[in-house]
Design a protein around this ligand. Structure first.
Ligand SMILES: [Fe+2]
Length: 196
């Protein structure tokens, strides 16, 4: 079974994005083991905000944003956290999907590629995981925090590396943020744990 055109288009834009970002190319090669996994769509309230308030883009990132917006009705959107952990407002304005990876729309054991959105004025609590991750900002901006690393406000085309088990957090202010996140090492299917 082949992937629907909307997923092929998003994957092609993600690959172009990876190729254009030196930090992403250095972090992981583009996977060559991907097969279409055919996950069912799953809607979440936050997905409408990706269209309504995505935040600013650059000329380069607007094509990827458009491709992600086209995926909204078709993707398996997830939270991975509960209201008891992060609050209902956070869950209403946060969502992610796995475009490629062990549990992705495209199956890959080599890497994991997630698309994640946070609305304005949210605090993503401190958490950690065994896999390393490279955040790349597609639209909007956020203030990134990580133990041992100075805070940084990052916008479209900028990246942030989180090492294995390095606690990190994120704050959005006036703008939402949409990110394309590459993962490597560790257990790529592991959910993050909230840090003490
Ligand atoms: Fe993380």
């Amino acid at each position: 079974m082949t992937a629907p055109p909307v997923f092929e288009a998003a994957l092609a834009e993600a690959q172009a994005w990876h190729a254009a970002l030196p930090e992403a190319r250095a972090f992981c090669p583009w996977p060559d083991d991907m097969t279409w996994a055919g996950r069912k769509p799953h809607a979440l309230p936050a997905t409408r905000h990706i269209t309504q308030t995505p935040g600013a883009t650059t000329a380069q990132s607007s094509a990827l944003l458009t491709a992600i917006q086209a995926l909204i009705p078709h993707a398996d959107w997830r939270h991975g956290y509960t209201a008891a952990q992060v609050g209902q407002d956070f869950l209403d304005r946060f969502c992610w999907c796995e475009l490629a990876g062990p549990q992705g729309h495209f199956h890959s054991n080599q890497t994991r590629l997630t698309l994640a959105y946070w609305g304005p004025n949210l605090f993503y609590p401190r958490h950690h995981h065994a896999a390393e991750e490279l955040y790349t900002v597609v639209s909007g901006e956020a203030l990134f925090h990580a133990d041992g690393t100075p805070d940084a406000t990052l916008g479209p085309g900028q990246t942030r590396l989180h090492l294995a088990q390095q606690p990190h957090a994120m704050t959005t202010q006036d703008s939402a943020v949409l990110t394309c996140v590459f993962w490597r090492g560790g257990d790529l299917a592991e959910m993050p744990s909230l840090s003490a």
